[in-house]
Write a protein that binds this ligand. Sequence first.
Ligand SMILES: [Zn+2]
Length: 468
Amino acid sequence: MFLGDGMSVPTLAAARALLGQREQRPGEEAQLSFEAFPTVGLAKTYCVNRQTADSACSATAYLCGVKANGGTLGLTAAVPRRDCNASLVPAARLASIAAWALADGRDAGIVTTTRVTHASPAGAYARAADRNWESDVDVRADGHDPAACADIAHQLVHEYPGNEFKVILGGGRREFLPITSVDEEGTRGRRTDGRDLIEEWRDVKRARNASYAYAWHRDQLLQANESLPDYLLGLFESGHLRYNLLTDAVSEPTLAELTEIAIRSLSRNDRGFFLFVEGGRIDHAHHDNRAELALDETIELSHAVARATQLLSEEDSLVVVTADHAHVMSFNGYSARGADVLGVSDARDADGVPYMTLSYINGPGHRREVDGRRVDVTQEQDFRAVQWRSHVEVPLDSETHGADDVAVFAWGRHHDAFSGLYEQSQLPHRMAYAGCFGSGLTACGAAALRQSLLALALVLLMQLVKLL
Ligand SMILES: [Zn+2]
């Protein structure tokens, strides 16, 4: 499963235009890799108590198959946000599709460009009444005891199913290291319980007599790709991985590279695997009104999906690509075919002031009007720089998510189960049906049973005809 965090439908349209324009074509006709998939559907993203989803309640929907309250992970809607006690009630605790896969003898892993403890990947392994409880500091800050409600990094290393993941790749070293220690790139940890969870992860794997590797640099990842260890933990930044357009390509792997090593590693299990891959920074760029970064991160996700479909067999695998929620970037105006998608519209506003083809309803890019008119952003010194913010209607510190439906693209076995418009929480059930495990086991087993009963009935009928 591939997730573009905040990859709204306008983001797809604009990213494909940018992709084509980078190849010196008009652009609108270009395709992201997964836009060539045979099935497309739409998913409704609202959460139990929120019209607009955040990445935690939506991760609970598309990984655990149940809609939840905003900000909560791996828990039913019986648990209000930040309610540690309620989250300990067994009936409220959900299992993810990664756990279903493990229970069926398959392997599981996560890959992300964010901290591995961030909301989307945490949906695969954590149960937390607050998505921000990434280290013990955060649990304590909300007045709870980490011994009762363990932080998300701790759950990943020590609790099921995270402790069984064969591959964990992304950023977020700071959530694993104590405040007294400094990581390989010079950044301090955040933990106040004195624990080094990277070292503890190694200890756990060593105690199992398994081979393991920890990587913080791209070279170490490529080395691990040469001779794959049983377990691989890669944390390439203290926080999130850097944006592709601003990264250090020497020390940080691309999402496609991370995806490739994860698939090669998990493919060693004959029974198969569940892998979650997130392009997580599309969302962050949109929150900052930085459209070019959001589109470029979308193109990076497209490259990662292309790498996956090269490595997998279409008969024997299912690849699903979707988003957790939308954003409020609009792709607007009546510009000519092939107009620079990151540029100004061909037309001007009612006062003759230029406006951008991509702009936002809200966020930090708001400019105050001067003399009752919008300002001409094309006159700004950093206009069109990679980190330039597009213009915005409503001033907010951070741009908001959108409540629109998101697209679902599917390729491979049972891809046609993903057409139509449905609740986001159906996704893992449909994936598990395709793979015949977890919540899908009874359904696909029943279908197989129906088929064999039908065959038996036919044989009996033929015998009966012969007799007559
Ligand atoms: Zn967001």
